[in-house]
Write a protein that binds this ligand. Structure first.
Ligand SMILES: [Mg+2]
Length: 405
C-alpha cells in the first residue's frame, strides 16, 4: 500500500460566541487545516491541525515529496523522515507529523477493518469523560446572547452546559481579568455546584504569589489540579511545594525531554497530553506510559478541535489506562462540524469512542466546502489579539488585565 496524494483544505467553523483567553480570543470561529491522505488502494485517511491557514496548507504541500510512495504503515520511519530531532532544530514539523499520523492510522484501520483503538492496544473504556470548559466571552452581534463577564453569567453558562451535556467537572479558562475578580467567579462556581469537581487554567499568567493565594482560597473545593497557574517548571514546582496541591500543565511539559526533566524535578503531577503538540496519538501513549511508571496522572488537552481531532482524543482516551481526570474539549462551543452526522453528542458528560474502522468518522463534503469558502471569505484571525482591545498584549506574569466593563 502506497501513499499517492495529499489533499489539504483550510476551513473556518463558527463558534457559538467569541471566547476569551489570556492572550486574546477565538474570534467567533476557529481555523483548522484538514489533511486527506490518498493511497493506491483507494483508501484515504483524515488528519487535522490547528490554525495556520495558508502557511499550514503550504507546509503540508511541501511535505508531499516526503510522503508519496511511502507506506502509511511506516509510522516510525515517517516520524524520523519528517521530524528527525536534529532537523527539527531548523524546522518545526512535529504538529504536521501529528496530522499525518492521524491520517495514516485512519488508513491502517480502514485497511484492516478495525478501529484505531484496536491498533493501539485495544480500548479499555467505551466512552471518555469531559470537563465543561467554561470561558469568559463577548456578546454576540445581536447583543443578547454569548456574553460571560461576571460570576452570575458564568454560573448560568455552566448550568446550561451541565443540563445540555451532563458535565460534573468544570474548568474555567482564566487569565482574562484580574485574578482577584476571577477568584470570585471561580468560587461562585463552587457554590453553585457543591458536588462537582473543578479546575482553573489562567495559562501561566499569575505570579507565584498570586498563584499560591488563588490556590489556597479554593482549597475547600474539589480541585482536580492547579493547571498552569504560573510560568515554568520551576514556578509550578514552587506552587506545588507552597500549597501541597496537585499541579498540571499543557504548556511546559509538551515533549519527552521536558517530561524527563519533570520527573527529576517533581514539579507537575498531571500531564495534559495533546495529540497534536506531542506529535500524534502514539506519542501521547508513549508519554502516558512514562507517566504510569512514575505515578503521574494524565488527562487530555484540547487545542480547539473539530471532529477529526476529537476522534483522535477519544481513541487516546480509550486506550490509556491512567487517564486520571476528565478530558478537555472546546468542542461544545462549536456551532457545527465537518463530519457526517454533525457534532458528536455528549451523554452524562461523556462522548462514546467511535467504533467504525479507522478513526470512525467521515467527512461531510458539503460542510468541508462550505467552511472552506467561509475561510476564503473571512481569512484567519490573530489568536494572540483581542478584537475589542486593539494593540493590547499581555506580559508574564501579567499586569494588564481586561477592564471589567
Ligand atoms: Mg491549559
Amino acid at each position: 500500500m502506497k501513499i499517492t496524494d495529499v489533499r489539504v483544505t483550510t476551513v473556518t467553523v463558527p463558534l457559538k460566541s467569541t471566547i476569551r483567553h489570556c492572550v486574546g480570543a477565538h474570534w467567533g470561529r476557529i481555523v483548522r487545516t484538514i489533511v486527506e491522505i490518498e493511497t493506491d488502494e483507494g483508501i484515504s485517511g483524515l488528519g487535522e491541525m490547528g490554525g495556520g491557514g495558508e502557511s499550514a496548507q503550504m507546509a503540508f504541500e511541501n511535505l508531499k515529496s516526503y510522503l508519496i510512495g511511502e507506506s502509511p504503515f511506516n509510522l516510525e520511519g515517517l516520524r524520523f523522515k519528517i521530524c528527525n530531532p536534529t532537523a527539527s532544530l531548523y524546522n518545526n514539523r512535529t504538529q504536521l507529523y501529528a496530522a499525518i499520523e492521524f491520517a495514516c492510522l485512519d488508513i491502517i484501520g480502514k485497511k484492516l477493518g478495525i478501529p484505531v483503538y484496536d491498533i493501539l492496544g485495544g480500548k479499555i473504556r467505551d466512552e471518555v469523560e469531559f470537563a465543561s470548559y467554561l470561558f469568559f466571552s463577548y456578546a454576540n452581534e445581536n447583543a443578547t446572547t454569548g456574553e460571560v463577564k461576571n460570576s452570575q453569567q458564568l454560573v448560568e453558562s455552566a448550568k446550561k452546559l451541565k443540563i445540555e451535556n451532563g458535565f460534573t467537572t468544570h474548568k474555567l479558562k482564566g487569565g482574562v481579568f484580574h485574578p482577584n475578580y476571577e477568584l470570585d467567579c471561580f468560587l461562585a462556581l463552587g457554590e453553585a455546584f457543591p458536588n462537582d469537581r473543578f479546575r482553573y487554567d489562567p495559562n501561566a499568567t499569575l505570579s507565584v504569589t498570586q498563584a499560591v493565594e488563588f490556590a489556597k482560597a479554593t482549597s475547600h473545593m474539589r480541585i482536580d489540579y492547579l493547571e498552569d497557574f504560573t510560568w515554568g517548571i520551576d514556578g509550578m514546582k514552587k506552587l506545588r511545594d507552597l500549597t501541597g496541591m496537585q499541579t498540571a500543565t499543557n504548556t511546559v511539559v509538551v515533549n519527552f525531554e521536558q517530561l524527563a526533566q519533570n520527573v527529576h524535578r517533581e514539579a507537575i503531577d498531571v500531564i495534559l497530553l495533546d495529540t497534536t503538540f506531542w506529535g500524534g496519538i502514539r506519542a501521547c501513549i508513549k508519554a502516558a506510559g512514562v507517566c504510569e511508571t512514575f505515578q503521574l496522572g494524565v488527562a487530555v488537552h484540547s487545542s480547539a478541535e473539530l471532529g477529526i481531532q476529537l476522534a483522535t482524543m477519544l481513541h487516546l482516551g480509550a486506550v490509556v489506562p491512567n487517564l486520571s481526570n476528565a478530558a478537555d474539549a472546546h468542542y461544545h462551543h462549536l456551532a457545527d462540524d465537518i463530519i457526517l452526522g454533525g457534532l458528536m453528542k455528549y451523554e452524562n458528560g461523556k462522548i462514546k469512542v467511535p467504533t467504525g474502522p479507522g478513526l470512525g468518522i467521515e467527512l461531510n463534503r458539503d460542510k468541508l466546502a462550505q467552511y472552506s469558502e467561509l475561510y476564503k471569505e473571512l481569512g484567519g484571525y490573530p489568536y494572540d489579539q483581542d478584537p475589542k482591545r486593539p494593540g493590547w498584549y499581555p506580559i508574564v506574569p501579567n499586569d494588564r488585565w481586561a477592564p471589567i466593563i
